[in-house]
Structure formats: C-alpha cells, structure tokens
Design a protein around this ligand. Structure first.
Ligand code: NAP
Length: 240
C-alpha cells in the first residue's frame, strides 16, 4: 500500500518509531477506551481515512467445556468487537469512494472443531461485513472480506502449538504478502468476498448448506491435512 502512495497508520500494542509513510498508533483492541482513544488520535492526524483494513486477530484453540473466560473474551474482543467499534468510530471520516476491508478466515464459513470461539467470532464478522456492505451502498463506501485458508505467520505456529486444526495444511500455507496483495485487489477492483480459490469458495458454501456433505468430507480433509502437515514440517526442517 505504501508503494501505491498511501500514507499508512498502523494500530499496534507496541509503540514503533515512524518510518517513511508509516505511523503507529498504540492501541489494545481488547480495551474499548484504547480503541476510542486511537480513533480520536487518527482523526486528529488526518482529515480522512480512505481505506480501513481490519487485520488483527487472535486464535486460542480450546475444547468447549474447558474454555476459560479470559480467552473467550479476548478472541471475541479482537476478532469481532474491535473491528465493529473501530469501524463505528472511523466511519465519520471515511469519504465517498472509501473502502473497508476485513481480513476474515475460512473459519467464517467452515466450522473449526476445537476453535469454536474463533469460528463464532469470524462467522459474526462476516455477518457484520455483509450488513455493513448493504448499509454503506448509498454512501458509495465499499466493504470487502478476505477469507485466507492458512498463512505462514506467528498465528499459525501458535495455533498449532496449542492443538490447532489439521485442516490448516490441506493446501500449503500462503505467505502473508498474498493477503497483502488481496487487500490491494479489494481496493482496486472492488471485490466483495475473496477466497483463496474458486474451489474453496464453492466447497465451503456447499458445506454451509449441507451438513451431510460437511460430515462426509471431514475424514478426507483430515487425511489431506495430515499429509500436508508432514510436508510442511519437512519443509521447515530443510529450509536454510
Ligand atoms: N495465520 C493464519 O493461518 C490465518 C488464516 C486465516 C485468517 N487469518 C487472519 O489473518 C489476520 C492476521 O493474522 P496473522 O496470521 O497475521 O496473525 P499474527 O501473526 O498473530 O498477528 C496478529 C496481529 O494482531 C494484532 N493484535 C493481536 N491482539 C491485539 C490486541 N489486543 N490489540 C491490538 N492488536 C492486536 C497484533 O499486533 P501487535 O502485536 O503489533 O499488537 C498482530 O499484528 C487475522 O484476522 C487472522 O484471523 C490468519
């Protein structure tokens, strides 16, 4: 986005020195006051926000029955409440022709056993994005969602260390710059929902409408996931 000439404001829990075209505003997305403060700081620094990208996310796999309240709250806060609050706070300074992009997940359409809270938050985020898209049409502000499968980031390794889903490895995890490219695509082409492939899109939608198809597919997906995971681990050990 910097290469396209955007001035970028990043929200992060950690303060970082400004670099060319990038400013960091400190914000903890689990804290509503912090979100409001960050939105006020942004509004004081810039007259308008052309593109708002919601990318932060957390996943903590835990089986229901052994969920702890703090991890329920933090996942719902970062993955669902914060994007809603931030959109609400920044929409007044978004101009006609602006764009809101949600980095969602395949978990918004494909239920992940063991990560039910993350799944619930991402399903919810999809609902919010779709309603918002309708709401903002008259203002000509576009709303897009991206649904990556798995991405090679700290989230993936933390998720797997905590017993994450083997389905993450059905296809090799993408590199984060693929998601960055998709964010640009959303802004430049006005795409509403982007999945990693047409197959991912059609298959998840078919599973959403048919529980029977979902249940029949799971054993095959598990096999493919296990095979992909072994390949991924071999790749990690042979990487220089
Ligand atoms: N990795 C995957 O396999 C995968 C697959 C599908 C979808 N996604 C989605 O992609 C998005 C990005 O995930 P990622 O893989 O890049 O995860 P990541 O490597 O763990 O990075 C998460 C980001 O979220 C921010 N964050 C977390 N908690 C925060 C909080 N309380 N306040 C402010 N910022 C917070 C962190 O910012 P700071 O540390 O700077 O505060 C960090 O930059 C998420 O929405 C995720 O659901 C990821």
């Amino acid at each position: 986005m910097r290469a396209r000439g955007y001035a970028i404001i990043i929200l992060s829990r950690q303060a970082r020195p400004d670099s060319s075209g990038i400013t960091t505003v400190v914000c903890d997305l689990t804290n509503n006051e912090s979100i409001k403060q960050a939105a006020a700081t942004i509004a004081a620094r810039t007259a308008k926000v052309d593109v708002l990208v919601h990318c932060a996310g957390v996943i903590t796999p835990q089986p229901v029955g052994r969920l702890d309240s703090a991890t329920i709250a933090s996942q719902i806060a970062v993955d669902l409440t914060a994007p809603i609050e931030l959109t609400n706070a920044l929409l007044p300074i978004m101009p006609r022709g602006g764009h809101i992009v949600f980095v969602n997940s395949m978990a918004a359409a494909f239920p992940l056993a063991g990560s039910s809270v993350y799944t619930a938050a991402k399903f919810g985020l999809r609902g919010f994005a779709r309603a918002l898209e309708q709401e903002l049409r008259p203002r000509r502000i576009q709303v897009s969602s991206i649904y990556p499968a798995s991405v090679n980031t700290p989230m993936l390794s933390q998720e797997m260390a905590a017993g994450g889903s083997i389905y993450n490895f059905i296809d090799p995890p993408q590199e984060p710059d693929v998601t960055a490219q998709r964010i640009l695509e959303c802004c430049e082409r006005g795409s509403r929902e982007i999945f990693s492939s047409v197959f991912d899109k059609l298959f998840t939608h078919a599973c959403l409408t048919s529980m029977r198809l979902l249940n029949l597919s799971l054993p095959i997906m598990k096999l493919l996931g296990r095979r992909g995971h072994r390949r991924y681990l071999r790749g990690l050990t042979t990487r220089p």
